[in-house]
Ligand binder design. Sequence first.
Ligand SMILES: CC(C)(COP(=O)(O)OP(=O)(O)OC[C@H]1O[C@@H](n2cnc3c(N)ncnc32)[C@H](O)[C@@H]1OP(=O)(O)O)[C@@H](O)C(=O)NCCC(=O)NCCS
Length: 166
Amino acid sequence: MSQPPESLVRSLFVRAEAASLSPVRSLLRDASLPESDLREEHMEAFFVSRAGDEGILACVGLERFGDTALLRSLAVRADARGNGVGDQALQTMEAFAASKGVNRLCILTTTAEPFFKARGFERCDRAALPASVQASSEFKSLCPASAVCMFKEITPTSSTEKHPHG
Ligand SMILES: CC(C)(COP(=O)(O)OP(=O)(O)OC[C@H]1O[C@@H](n2cnc3c(N)ncnc32)[C@H](O)[C@@H]1OP(=O)(O)O)[C@@H](O)C(=O)NCCC(=O)NCCS
C-alpha cells in the first residue's frame, strides 16, 4: 500500500469559520451524512482539517444540550480514510466538549459503530437520552430510525457554559 501524503499524517484540526459551511456540507453529502439543517452558527462548534490547497479533508461538530452533547458530522474525505484522521477528529472534539463542561457525548451512526466502540462508546436506547437531545433535528428527522445510538461519559475540564452551540 502506498504511504499516505505527509499532509494527512500531520493533519490538524482548527475551529471552523462561517465560510467553512459550504465545504463542510459538501463533505457531509459525499459521506452520506445529514447536512440540510446546518447553518453558519453551527460552525462555531465545528472543527475542520485542511491540507494545503486541497480544501477540507475532515470535519466534526458538536451540538450542546446542557451537560450532554451530540457529536455529529464526523467525516473524513474518502481518499483520506484509514490514516488516523477520524481518530484525531474525535479526540479534538472530546477535548473541546470537556472544556465546555460536557460530561456525556452521544452519537448516531448507521455505519461506523465499530469505530466508535473501539473508542469507548457504548450502545444505548435513544429513549435513555435527555428529551432535548431526542428533540434535535438529527435525532428527530435527519438520521434514519435504524441508526445506532451510542454514548460515552467524559470528564469535564470546566463547568458547563450556557451557550447554544458551544
Ligand atoms: C468513520 C470515519 C470518520 C473514520 O475516519 P478515518 O480517518 O478512516 O478513521 P481512522 O483512520 O482514525 O481510524 C480508522 C479505524 O477505524 C476503523 N473504521 C473506520 N471506519 C469504520 C467503519 N465505518 N466501520 C468499522 N470500522 C471503521 C478502521 O478499520 C480503522 O481501525 P483501526 O484503528 O483498528 O486500524 C470515516 O470512515 C468516515 O468519514 N465515514 C463516513 C461518515 C461516518 O460514518 N461518520 C460517523 C458518523 S457521525
